[in-house]
Design a protein around this ligand. Structure first.
Ligand code: PA5
Length: 462
């Protein structure tokens, strides 16, 4: 079981035209990383994600709820947004057989389907509710703060539907809240009504919560090997104790992206797995990197790389043209897989047709791997920064290792950029404006600021 990281194509020497991180820059970054490392690991008590993988006591409540639910539900409906939904989605896509929700109960080994409502588009919510048999549905309401507007609106609608279909008492037994141990509206409601809750540790923030009950409870319900998931993350956490860059893959990833951005103008950070099961991991990474690192510093300057999700080989026919010839502002990280499933040979049909004949006898696994290497090589040949993370296989252990690598890298990158990676003040104003328009008490100041904004100008509106 291993995770390897090859960043040759980020470095000067491998890239032509003077592009690439120089060895001197890499050496000079070592003390900056040592400081970042010390700052992150000194906060082990308030950065809860650092110890989630080894805190087995935390696993118990999720396993207990999953055991009680076994056989009682065919559907799990998860309500949440941002860090409360992207992790569970990434876990389902990576670790359940593909198209999980389309499989029969037997094919799913008796485990439920997982539906995630991560938006407030009324069409999606109506369609989802119309298709679910609520008597066989367990609803997970996931919110660290316990009061996020989108999740609360979803909850009100779904709770009403449950109560109408099943009656108030039974409806309560179909709900589990995953939320802060002490504060928030969900906690208050749960206390008042005796609704089952599973705690998100107070020191674990939304986008760093995938290995807390936020990801673990849905994963356990789906029959995912959560112990292996945490073991993979624990392995990376142990490795992360090394302050030397050469021994700390998460550190190396953070430093490379930071140098690529701040010294080489590579401000767009693409994550491009070459594997369908890892498609949603890229979306999870985008939120982690963007919301953590896009910040205004104390001196008023703005920092933050722009993360971009891509999927190989699909995006070779969509985005790779831009990565090759567009602005030289990107760094691409590929995720490759050594051992792939479904490795049948491509039939040797049409051997005499030039466009098809050479494919016969190769496997699709070979094809996708070769395409990944070819794209990496082509980008390098044109001076475009890229690196490759490779997992042995896509399983719970390797996914845990990848998730923890990216979370650690984000924490280190926050220190390197000189910002707080764990807050998100930039989303507040929009939230306040929305509250003001919805008439929430306490939003009078936001209402005044909203009302003072320029009105649509007929010259510029059509
Ligand atoms: O990463 C974060 O903190 C955010 O993206 C949150 O996950 C998101 O806003 C949802 O918050 P909550 O879990 O409190 O409902």
């Amino acid at each position: 079981m291993s995770l390897s990281f090859d960043f040759t194509n980020m470095m000067a020497g491998a890239l032509p035209r003077g592009a690439g991180i120089t060895e001197a820059q890499w050496q000079e970054a070592a003390p900056a990383f040592a400081r970042a490392h010390a700052a992150v690991h000194a906060r082990v008590h308030d950065l809860g994600f650092l110890t989630l993988a080894t805190n087995t006591a935390l696993l118990e409540p999720s396993l207990a709820v999953a055991a009680r639910a076994r056989g009682r539900f065919d559907e799990v409906l998860l309500l949440g947004i941002g860090g409360s939904s992207l992790g569970p989605i990434a876990l389902r896509t990576a670790l359940c057989p593909l198209r999980w929700n389309e499989l029969t109960t037997e094919q799913r080994g008796g485990h439920p389907r997982l539906h995630v409502l991560d938006n407030v588009d009324p069409a999606t919510i109506a369609t989802t509710l119309a298709r679910l048999e609520l008597a066989r549905t367990l609803v997970l309401v996931v919110s660290k703060s316990g009061g996020t507007v989108e999740t609360m609106a979803q909850y009100l609608i779904v709770r009403e539907a449950l109560a109408t279909a099943l009656g108030e008492d039974t409806a309560r037994a179909h709900l589990v809240f995953i939320t802060d141990p002490e504060v928030g509206a969900l906690r208050t409601i749960a206390r008042a009504e005796g609704i089952t809750t599973v705690d998100i540790p107070a020191n674990v923030g939304g986008r760093f919560s995938v290995l807390s009950p936020v990801g673990i409870l849905p994963a356990a319900l789906l029959g995912i090997d959560v112990q292996a998931l945490l073991a993979g993350a624990a392995h990376v956490t142990v490795e992360s104790q090394h302050a030397a860059l050469a021994a700390n893959r998460a550190g190396a990833f953070a430093v490379l992206q930071w140098l690529a951005d701040t010294r080489h103008g590579r401000r767009v950070h693409v994550l491009m797995p070459y594997a369908d099961p890892l498609r949603d991991l890229a979306f999870w990474f985008v939120q982690l990197w963007a919301e953590s690192l896009g910040k205004t510093k104390a001196d008023g300057t703005s920092v933050g790389p722009t993360p971009l999700p891509a999927l190989g080989a699909t995006d070779q026919h969509a985005q790779v043209q831009l990565f090759m010839e567009g602005p030289r502002d990107k760094s691409v990280t590929f995720i490759g897989v050594k051992g792939r499933q479904g490795q049948g040979p491509i039939p040797a049909r049409h051997a005499d047709v030039a466009e098809l004949g050479y494919l016969g006898g190769h496997t699709l696994g070979e094809l996708i791997d070769i395409e990944q290497r070819a794209t990496a090589g082509a980008l390098a040949a044109r001076g475009q920064f890229n690196a490759t993370l490779t997992v042995d296989t896509i399983d719970a252990w390797h996914l845990g290792a990848l998730l923890q690598t990216f979370m650690l890298a984000t924490a280190y990158a926050g220190e390197l950029y000189g910002i707080n990676a764990f807050d998100q003040p930039g989303v507040e104003l929009g939230k306040q404006f929305a509250y003001a328009m919805l008439g929430r008490t306490g939003s009078e100041a936001a209402r005044a600021e909203w009302d003072a904004l320029p009105q649509p100008d007929p010259r510029w509106a059509m």
